[in-house]
Design a protein around this ligand. Structure first.
Ligand SMILES: Nc1ncnc2c1ncn2[C@@H]1O[C@H](COP(=O)(O)OP(=O)(O)OP(=O)(O)O)[C@@H](O)[C@H]1O
Length: 250
């Protein structure tokens, strides 16, 4: 658990799923009896390609109805009456190729902020910090559609940072990023952690990210295994790197 005040603890937000089974066309992707993602958790989600990491995140975000299972979100403000899906907007899912609006970087950062219950000075302060942290000041008036992949990711995380969701799921947040962007994003993720945002992070690059995590969810053999211990995955990767991948024919 990260640092949270006692008032935050009294209303910890969480998403819980029980008896979850996900299938696509008769193929079982994964199943688990019970899984809870809470504010303050920092979880590393591991799994080989195609095991269902993104699918699990979409289910927890209310974007995908699972084949079987019951989802409950607690500790959030009540959804507006016109929201037919009460899970949407609770645990926020950040896609590895984030969706951005047409318009400038500034527009993308500020869109929807005025409709939140935030005071103007708070909005301005968060906006300023986000621009600094993600080093977007030179790009504010650029069209978001012209940004590089790494810049798009930085913008998307900066936007999430401004909104400060209680639960945030980051799907491959540092994939295809150079070292500089990775450092900026890791710093932002660390700040979200310090502020008590629940984080569920998937990545194939373990360096730096796993060090931030305190729990481990592993999708393996169609099951989701949970542990309070994050294994030293860098060592596993180093071993892999030392194995000869092919033998040259003489
Ligand atoms: N809507 C869908 N209909 C049918 N199959 C789907 C659907 N969505 C995902 N799948 C399949 O489910 C499997 C898991 O996909 P998912 O994107 O969740 O995996 P992942 O673990 O995030 O993979 P990666 O590490 O490559 O990003 C894949 O085989 C994918 O093709």
């Amino acid at each position: 658990m990260s640092q949270m005040s006692s008032s935050q603890h009294s209303q910890i937000a969480s998403v819980n799923v029980t008896n979850l089974v996900q299938q696509f066309e008769q193929r079982t992707l994964f199943s688990v009896d019970s899984l809870t993602f809470r504010q303050g958790d920092v979880i590393y989600l591991q799994g080989d390609n195609g095991t269902g990491k993104s699918t699990l995140m979409k289910i927890l975000a209310g974007l995908l109805k699972p084949t079987q299972g019951k989802l409950i979100a607690t500790g959030f403000d009540k959804s507006a009456w016109w929201h037919t899906n009460s899970l949407l907007g609770k645990a926020v899912y950040l896609h590895q190729h984030p969706y951005l609006f047409d318009g400038s970087v500034r527009y993308n950062l500020t869109y929807g902020l005025s409709r939140r219950e935030l005071q103007q000075p708070t909005i301005s302060q968060r906006l300023h910090q986000a621009i600094e942290m993600a080093q977007l000041s030179q790009l504010l008036d650029h069209s978001a559609s012209n940004l590089s992949g790494g810049e798009r990711q930085r913008l998307a995380i900066a936007r999430a940072w401004i909104c400060q969701p209680k639960l945030l799921m980051l799907d491959e947040p540092i994939s295809n990023m150079d070292k500089h962007s990775q450092k900026l994003v890791l710093a932002m993720i660390n700040l979200l952690k310090m502020q008590g945002t629940g984080l569920l992070i998937s990545s194939h690059q373990t360096c730096g990210l796993t060090a931030l995590c305190q729990q481990h969810w592993h999708i393996n053999h169609q099951k989701i295994h949970t542990s309070q211990h994050v294994p030293n995955l860098d060592t596993q990767q180093d071993n892999l790197a030392m194995e000869p991948s092919y033998v040259l024919a003489k």
